[in-house]
Design a binder for this molecule. Structure first.
Ligand code: ZN
Ligand code: ZN
Ligand code: FE
Length: 760
């Protein structure tokens, strides 16, 4: 304390405190509480030096946490006494670039209400300006080259602010104080419309693009994390044309609607779903479609859910309002390629898909796809984590000494950097099966390493020797740790829920490398973060033709018949009866299974869904993984009594025998029972099998915590059924809440398992 009775403190604030208007907030607060000193961005967050009487200091500290700006996320406030320093006012100092980079920057944020009001106010100087933003909204990760998050290190560096913008930028009381992408029509990026040859077209670009959309044309537009392809979501022929050109024949497409009210017109929206739709992260939210909705059947063929989202950039707001129709808004790529991000790249790769191009000159530095999420049992359940979410870290239950880079899985890839108590899960990359995907992967990884100054000492990867990521692992020149796929799923869900110690893990998905030479995917593990025991699994069936079974589902059905029927004759006969068009294949498939040629055994739950869907007559040819399972869920009735199954506990691992299930199902197929009844009884049997197996494992081990992970748990019907029945039996169940249960969550599990083993 000095002569005036003042105390002196240095206050470090960590968390998301940059790019969210935190310093102006501190400045205002300092004024209100009579604090002298300064605030500055550091590479670790924000540092405040404060001088005040002790009661003012205390109320200032309380307000700092309680009144923080809406987009800030404070993780820690540390306050220490320091020697007196001369202070008679409060100042915002320029950023301090020293020290390690540990700053958390907010992910990109949807246009805020204040900016929206200005956007549509004819009297405002940014009226209809498609790049309006402020400290509470706008691009972040998609434009940052490096930290600290300051304008020269963003793709806005080339735009020199005009006098009016500069004034806002320098005024601590302004909403745009240090808003790095601040701009206006005079000084900022511009928008134009181009035809398929890249020639600029006359007229207001938004008005013309909206007219083209109403006329049924396809528009490519440059968004926040990459290009979108947009078209009228209500007309079958328009949506089909987009599918044809993009070569995306079946996967559901997302639809952007103007407002929450518009979303309600097409889908049922719960309060939790409303909140997600309107959140500044603006994910695509899977919603239950209303009967008779006006959306084209081509948007999500065979499914009862639609992925809707709201506009999240000023350009979206202008376009959607002008067009006045719901718009299919899908990533600007061909089939499974990475999303296009540069003007030239888009004009090249999307020529022949889009009729016109809505372009601008604010560069996208790093690609971010739209995030996809849903609500299960009243809470968010992420399916794809990208824009608005990544790379906001998952906070771990404990910190680790070693920095880990986890390379993720082959499909729906993400990577993950683990440092201290944070796991930075990168944005959704997609399937690692092309050079383009690999480039996207490496580009995203470079950006993240630079931003957070990461220097991993350990690389974690999947056990599969043939995954591209496994091959990459060796190239870092660092020690490598292989983590089994289904173990990684469970550890990921444990980290997601802050669990450690022993759990029962139900790890059900399509495919994962098993150390015993079979393909795993219907696994019950007793495990902790380091090790696992394969305690039980589903019956293994032959996959005649290997991966061909994933698309040609009748093959998988034959593999099941082979095990269920008494002999080859019976299997072939049943096969011919259920799949008359494929009857001729039976002999080849049988020969393949007998010789074992290209016929691995699989305990995959995903393949069990495929076989059931094919036998029930829901689908025999899949164009994407999980398609048949989604459609089977969509037709299934609830409250149907289950098909039988048998839990064989004679030897470890136990076996959940699904042959009785298929035998009963085949009988019903023969009797012409309805698909909804059969699909319902199938789901009920699997839910029952999980309950019984977990119940027995729990009695045996004394473990009462069950962790559910793997892509199969994207199935809401099954998941809710399992959770409710397990909890009724007194077991605690854990679902993913921050990363996806599908392979997008694998990297988190790999990172934690590897860090844990190295700490041993
Ligand atoms: Zn704003
Ligand atoms: Zn300006
Ligand atoms: Fe998986």
């Amino acid at each position: 304390m000095d002569r005036d009775g003042r105390i002196y403190r240095e206050i470090e604030v960590n968390g998301i405190v940059q790019g969210v208007g935190f310093r102006p907030f501190v400045y205002r607060l300092a004024g209100e509480h009579g604090i002298a000193g300064s605030v500055t961005n550091t590479q670790g967050g924000v540092r405040i030096r404060a001088a005040a009487g002790s009661s003012s200091m205390a109320s200032f500290l309380r307000a700092l946490e309680a009144e923080a700006p809406p987009q800030a996320a404070i993780e820690a406030i540390a306050s220490t006494d320091i020697p007196p320093f001369p202070a008679d006012s409060f100042a915002i100092l320029t950023s301090d670039a020293a020290g390690g980079k540990h700053t958390l920057i907010s992910p990109d944020l949807a246009t805020c209400d204040d900016c929206l009001e200005e956007l549509f106010d004819p009297g405002d100087r940014r009226y209809r300006y498609p790049f309006i933003n402020c400290t509470n909204c706008g691009p972040r990760f998609t434009i940052i080259r490096d930290t600290p998050y300051d304008r020269p290190l963003t793709t806005m560096a080339g735009f020199v602010m005009c006098e009016a913008c500069e004034e806002e930028y320098n005024d601590p009381s302004d909403r745009r104080f240090h808003a790095q992408p601040n701009a206006c029509p005079l000084c900022g990026p511009g928008l134009w419309l181009a035809d398929g040859d890249g020639r600029e077209m006359e007229g207001d670009p938004v008005v013309r693009a909206a007219a083209a959309l109403r006329e049924g044309r396809i528009v490519a537009l440059k968004g926040l994390g990459g290009f979108h392809l947009a078209c009228d979501a209500t007309r079958d022929e328009v949506v089909s044309r987009l599918r044809e050109r993009k070569r995306r024949y079946a996967k559901p497409l997302a639809v952007m609607v103007e407002s929450l009210d518009a979303a309600e017109k097409y889908c049922r929206v719960s309060p939790e779903e409303c909140e997600l739709l309107a959140s500044p992260r603006r994910p695509i939210v899977l919603l239950r479609e209303r009967e008779g909705s006006r959306l084209s059947r081509e948007v999500a063929p065979g499914l009862r859910h639609q992925g809707l989202f709201l506009p999240y950039t000023p350009l979206h707001h202008l376009l959607v309002r002008e067009a006045g129709i719901p718009l299919v808004m899908t990533s600007g790529n061909v089939s499974e390629e990475p999303i296009a991000k540069d003007n030239g790249e888009a004009l090249g790769r999307l020529a022949g898909i889009a009729d016109v191009f809505l372009l601008h000159d604010r560069d996208i530095l790093v690609r971010y796809d739209d995030s996809v999420t849903r609500v299960i049992m009243g809470e968010e359940y992420p399916l794809r984590r990208a824009r608005g979410y990544a790379p906001y870290p998952v906070r771990l239950k404990r910190g680790y000494e070693v920095e880990v880079l986890a390379l993720g899985a082959e499909l729906k890839n993400t990577f993950c950097f683990l440092r201290g108590g944070h796991a930075f899960v990168g944005q959704h990359i997609g399937d690692m099966d092309s050079r383009d995907a690999l480039e996207h992967y490496e580009e995203a990884m470079r950006a993240m390493r630079r931003l957070f100054d990461l220097s991993p000492r350990l690389v974690a990867h999947d056990l599969h020797p043939e995954y591209l990521t496994t091959q990459l692992a060796g190239e870092y020149g660092l020690p490598c740790v292989a983590v089994q796929h289904h173990h990684a799923h469970i550890v990921s869900c444990m980290a997601d829920n802050g669990l450690d110690g022993k759990v029962i893990g139900v790890s059900w998905d399509g495919t994962g490398y098993g150390p015993d030479g079979t393909v795993w995917g219907g696994e019950f593990l007793v495990c902790d973060e380091e090790d696992f025991e394969r305690a039980a699994h589903l019956t293994a069936y032959p996959m005649p033709g290997g991966d061909a079974c994933i698309k040609e589902l009748q093959r998988m059905a034959f593999g099941v018949l082979w095990e269920v029927c008494a002999d080859e004759m019976e299997a072939a006969g049943l096969f011919g009866a259920v799949f008359p068009a494929h009857a001729g294949e039976a002999e080849t498939l049988a020969a393949q299974i007998e010789s074992g040629f290209n016929t691995p055994l699989t305990s995959s739950a995903g393949r069990v869904f495929d076989a059931a869907a094919a036998l029930i007559g829901v689908r025999s040819r899949a164009s994407y993984e999980g398609q048949a399972a989604c459609e089977l869920e969509a037709v299934a009735l609830k409250d149907v009594s289950p098909y039988p199954y048998r839990l064989d506990m004679a030897a470890r691992p136990w076996r959940v025998d699904t042959r009785p299930l298929f035998a009963a199902l085949l009988e019903e197929v023969g009797n012409g029972v309805g698909k909804p009844e059969m699909a319902g009884a199938f789901h009920a049997a699997l839910a029952g099998a999980i309950l019984e197996t977990c119940g027995n494992l729990s009695r045996e081990t004394g473990i009462e915590r069950v962790v559910l992970s793997g892509g199969v748990f994207q199935n809401e019907l099954l998941t809710a059924w399992v959770v409710e029945s397990l909890e009724r039996e007194g077991m605690a169940t854990y679902l993913h809440r921050r990363v996806p249960c599908n392979d997008g969550g694998i990297s988190l599990g790999q990172a934690v398992a590897a860090a844990r083993r190295s700490a041993r």
